[in-house]
Design a binder for this molecule. Structure first.
Ligand code: AMP
Length: 305
């Protein structure tokens, strides 16, 4: 059946202490879809761009077998733009500009043939729009949802309504603290799950990710990279690897969800090695699997000497 992805597509300007890039391909749906395409086929992408969106990016999506029947191209409209600047500590990012443009009037329409999608990833967009997507679906089996500080600050009540309707919420550590109004991550996770959420994943940048379910916590390690070039999209790439693997295996048991967390971390570890989606392009299943095995190796230990 494939994977349904809804989210932003945009042109990103990213400034890091090492370099900068202008109007590069970005957006949550972009990263999720390319990462998921290494597992799941086809990936159906729903989003909106203006007619200034470069044709080469459309070609890129098609190259990755990403189906664009749900992509709206607004005549005379301007594509979403975002500018972010990283500090020397790449875990700290300042958003310098968010221009919603065509997103301001975006109404996600799920094509009739995709309404029975079983695996769904709601990328980071307005939670009201994420909810509108769910309203159009015919009882999906597994829904993953991402968000960010921008929506936690501006649309918290809507976000709280949304998380009752999804299986997994993926956020980073600072977003978890902001959402729960609680500095301790374990307490924050408990509080967020108590609002009616099945699984919560908290990403901790270069320090791995935590999966919270019932009263259990699973901790996935981070890959020890010597060079992190551009963390933009790492969270979305994580979500894409995570849901892509679950869709491919069609197994949502807790053991498989743990493996999916490691596949998400694996994809995110590639993503940060270059600007934009560059490092995600040209990967192979073999390279992905090799790095997944490295993840197992760095976190394995015995109980005896
Ligand atoms: P991440 O680094 O995973 O937080 O994702 C960064 C991506 O999110 C960039 O490619 C941006 O284009 C996109 N983005 C930034 N702000 C927003 C927003 N308010 N709504 C939707 N997408 C956004």
């Amino acid at each position: 059946m494939g994977l349904l992805v809804v989210g932003s597509l945009g042109l990103d300007t990213v400034i890091t202490p090492f370099d900068r890039v202008e109007e590069a391909l970005g957006g949550s749906a972009t990263y999720i879809s390319i990462a998921a395409s290494y597992f799941s086929a086809p990936v159906y992408m729903v989003g909106v761009v203006g007619d200034d969106f470069p044709k080469e990016y459309i070609d890129l999506f098609e190259k990755y077998n990403i189906d664009l029947k749900g992509l709206q191209i607004v005549e005379g409209g301007k594509t979403f733009r975002w500018t972010g600047k990283y500090q020397y500590d790449l875990n700290i990012r300042d958003t310098l500009l968010t221009e919603l443009n065509v997103f301001e009037k975006f109404n996600p329409v799920i094509p009739e043939e995709l309404r029975k999608s079983r695996f769904v990833c709601l990328g980071n967009i307005d939670p009201i729009l994420q909810m509108r997507v769910l309203d159009q679906l015919d009882s999906p089996q597994f829904v993953v949802c991402d968000t960010m500080n921008y929506w936690i600050e501006s649309k918290k009540p809507e976000l709280l309504e949304l998380i009752k309707r999804v299986n997994v919420l993926i956020i980073n550590d600072s977003e978890a603290r902001l959402l729960a109004q609680e500095p301790n991550l374990i307490k924050a996770a408990k509080k967020i799950r108590s609002w009616g959420l099945e699984y919560l994943i908290i990403k901790k940048g270069e320090h791995g990710a935590l999966l919270f379910s019932e009263d259990k916590v699973f901790s996935a390690p981070a890959y020890p990279l010597e060079m992190i070039f551009d963390p933009t999209g790492a969270g979305d790439t994580f979500a894409g690897g995570f849901i892509g693997y679950l869709e491919k295996t069609e197994d949502t048991s807790i053991e498989n969800i743990k493996r999916a967390v490691v596949y998400g971390s694996t994809m995110a570890s590639f993503s940060v090695e270059q600007f934009s989606t560059k490092a995600l392009e040209g990967l192979s299943s073999l390279r992905i699997h090799d790095r997944f095995l490295d993840f197992m190796e760095i976190s394995r230990f015995d109980d005896k000497e």
